[in-house]
Structure formats: C-alpha cells, structure tokens
Design a protein around this ligand. Structure first.
Ligand SMILES: Nc1ncnc2c1ncn2[C@@H]1O[C@H](COP(=O)(O)OP(=O)(O)OP(=O)(O)O)[C@@H](O)[C@H]1O
Ligand SMILES: [Mg+2]
Length: 265
C-alpha cells in the first residue's frame, strides 16, 4: 500500500479476523492545519481499531491532537487524508448531510467544555438533540428526565444549567450525549475541569453507563491514572498513536502527558 506513510507503517492495524468488524477503524489518518508555507501536522498517519463494547483512553500533551482525532471520528471534521470507518461506513467520503445524520444517530459527544445552554434547564439541554431530530416536545422531555435520573440528577431536571455545579453540568452533558441512544460515546476530557472527587464520580458514572448501555467509548484525557483504568490506554505523540507502556509516567524522568507541554511544532 504505497499511499501509507512510512511513519505509520509500524502501527498499521492488524487485519480484522473473519467477519468481526471493529466499530471504529481509522487508517493512515492525517490532519494538517495551516498553509503549505506554515504547516502544522497534527495527525501524521494514525491507525486505530476499536472493537464493539471496548473502552479506550487517549492521553497526550496539550496540543497533541486528541480533540482533533475525536472530532474526526465523530465526523465533525474532515481529514486531510486517510480513512475513518464506523462499522462498514466510510465517514471520510460521506457528504455533509450524511455525516450530520451519522452524528445524530450513532455518536454521543461530550465536549471538552460542556457547551450547555446556560439559560435552559437541565432537561431542556438533554432534550435538545431529540427536538432537532423531530421528537415531540413532551416525549423529548420525558426521555430527558429518564436520562437525568440515570445520571443521578432527576431532582435537578428543572434547574437552569447556569445554576448547576461543574460536576452536575458534566453529568447533564453526558446525559445529552446519550439521549439519542448512540452506539459510540466520544468524551473529550470530561473530567478536566473537575476537582478530584467530582472527576472520580463522573468517571464512575461513565463506567456504569458504558456497561449498562452497551457503549463503545473513546475517552480523551490528560489524566493518566483514569486512562489506565479503562480497557486500553493509548498515547498520542508526534501525530501517532501507540500503547501506553506499563511504566509510563512512573519514573521521575518520564514525561507524563500533564507535563509534556510546549512542543507543539
Ligand atoms: N481549526 C484549527 N485550525 C488550526 N489549528 C488548529 C485547529 N484546531 C486545532 N488546531 C491545532 O491543532 C493542534 C491540536 O489541537 P487539539 O485541540 O486537537 O489538541 P488536544 O490534544 O486536544 O489538546 P488539549 O489537551 O489542550 O485539549 C493544536 O496545536 C491546535 O492549535
Ligand atoms: Mg483537546
């Protein structure tokens, strides 16, 4: 396959065995920002396979490209080159209309900043994707209420988002991401702005939802300790993904993602 860049050769995905198809398959994915005179290669030929039901974590320094990668998997953005498949569907060659449909039906996205509508209630925020999808107001609010119960916020359904704590807002954001019953949950640093206790609580909630809703989950995080608690932890460095080694971040000399900043070029 001559089009595969040399740097990616060492981490090419294993061929899928038999009929078992990963839910997410990323091949030779490149994302380059800027002009040819001032290029910023963020993803340099990423390969990744995520099986149905799997939960993976992606760590990496700030600016490493974690959000960029998640947004490409969510079909929120288009690659410079390379391929992204969801089951057998080629997201990279879909038209915007199909990509929007894919996003509405199959993906839940928890943003790095929660992006809730401050003046709307928790329930209205969670119901919003259903309303966009044409579900009636009453039914959308009923389902939003159910989801808020599941994330432990049933009592706060009528509270404006602006009046919720950071941890509560992230719970609402998770409920909103799941209200369309997606197969895939993409969570971009969902605990990044929370204190340790709330981060732990949100992580446990994600664990519970991952199991109970049969999700496939990709979590981007700076938190190496949380990343190690999921099925598989990968690190994004110099535009490529590789497994986090067991001793990574343990020795003082190791550059943990939290400290490996300032090398963006
Ligand atoms: N639309 C854009 N135009 C130009 N450059 C961009 C754009 N989006 C992201 N970048 C650059 O791409 C690089 C990767 O950004 P990204 O947000 O994916 O990193 P990240 O790993 O998510 O970082 P963080 O941990 O801080 O969230 C950064 O250098 C960023 O400035
Ligand atoms: Mg990010």
């Amino acid at each position: 396959m001559p089009e595969i860049v040399e740097a990616a050769e060492s981490q090419r995905p294993m061929p899928s065995s038999g009929d078992r198809q990963p839910l997410v398959r990323v091949e030779s994915l490149r994302k380059v920002y800027g002009t040819s005179a001032a290029e910023r290669v963020v993803l340099a030929g990423v390969n990744l396979e995520v099986e149905r039901g799997e939960w993976i974590a992606i760590v990496g320094a700030s600016g490493a490209g974690k959000s960029t990668l998640l947004q490409l998997v969510a079909a929120l953005d288009t690659p410079s080159s390379g391929r992204v498949y969801f089951a057998s569907r080629a997201l990279h060659s879909m038209k915007e209309e199909q990509r929007a449909e894919f996003r509405r039906r199959s993906v839940g996205f928890v943003w790095q900043r929660h992006h809730l509508l401050a003046d709307f209630t928790a329930a209205e925020n969670v119901a919003a994707p259903l309303l966009v999808d044409g579900v009636s107001h009453g039914e959308a609010l009923r389902r939003a209420g159910e989801l808020l119960d599941q994330v432990g916020l049933g009592e706060r359904a009528g509270q404006r988002a602006a009046e919720l704590s950071g941890g509560e807002r992230q719970r609402v954001a998770i409920a909103r991401a799941l209200v369309n019953r997606p197969e895939l949950l993409l969570a971009d640093e969902p605990t990044g702005e929370l204190d340790e206790g709330n981060a732990e609580a949100v992580f446990r909630l994600m664990e519970q939802l991952h199991e109970s809703r049969n999700l496939t989950t990709i979590l981007a995080t700076h938190n190496l300790a949380l990343a190690r608690r999921v099925g598989r932890a990968l690190i994004l460095e110099r535009g490529l993904l590789s497994p986090v080694s067991p001793d990574f971040g343990n020795s003082p000399a190791a550059r943990a993602p939290e400290t490996a900043r300032g090398e963006r070029g």
